[in-house]
Write a protein that binds this ligand. Structure first.
Ligand code: GAR
Length: 188
């Protein structure tokens, strides 16, 4: 069973997912799809010899993109810091086979424009006592698909968006791959 990771950032989650599934009997990371030409995740792909492709909006929002995924025999999609809305042809083709990770406890702090540091800034500004991560199936709205897993962490008065991001990344790296594995085992 083959995974494509969609990412646009540094790619620390992508790196951890690749590490986790290296040598796995049934699950392979076959492709990284990136929508920013200078994204750090390209380096992650190169270091791990995973093919990476750059996409633009025209090709992503055109159903013929399914053929590209077909060429790589992709069965499952993981969004790891990917910020474009997923088009409905892709949601339909990968129903219950596409997971996203969000750096907060949805349904709070989700939606368009809520990503990375912006999420942590809002959490701190609102003096929340806790935040966390949410792993969910992807539907046609930002951050609204069925929730599969959440884990909380404490937000202290001393936290800054940077320190909170570090805590959240730790939770993400600890949990995302094993939840992907669990969902994939269940789906196939
Ligand atoms: C992760 O924290 C992920 O939760 C977040 O982007 C970061 C990517 O980090 N995703 C969103 O905010 C989606 N709305 P990474 O590039 O180091 O994996």
């Amino acid at each position: 069973v083959n995974i494509a990771i969609f990412a646009s950032g540094t790619g620390t989650n992508a790196a951890e997912i690749i590490r986790y599934f290296k040598g796995h009997n049934d699950i392979h990371v076959n492709l990284i799809v990136v929508n920013k030409s200078h994204a750090g995740v390209f380096k992650v792909a190169e270091n791990n010899q995973v093919p990476a492709i750059l996409i633009n909006k025209d090709s992503f929002y055109n159903e013929s993109f399914l053929e590209v995924l077909g060429d790589y025999k992709i069965d499952f999609i993981v969004l790891a810091g990917f910020l474009w809305l997923i088009p409905s042809y892709l949601v339909k083709a990968f129903e219950h086979k596409m997971l996203n990770i969000h750096p907060a406890l949805l349904p709070k702090y989700g939606g368009k424009g809520m990503y990375g540091e912006k999420v942590h800034q809002a959490v701190i500004q609102n003096k929340e006592k806790e935040s966390g991560i949410t792993i969910h199936f992807v539907n046609e709205q930002f951050d609204e698909g069925e929730i599969v897993f959440q884990e909380k962490c404490e937000v202290s008065e001393l936290d800054t968006p940077t320190t909170l991001a570090q805590k959240i990344h730790q939770l993400e790296h600890k949990n995302f791959s094993r939840i992907i594995e669990k969902v994939m085992n269940h789906a196939n």
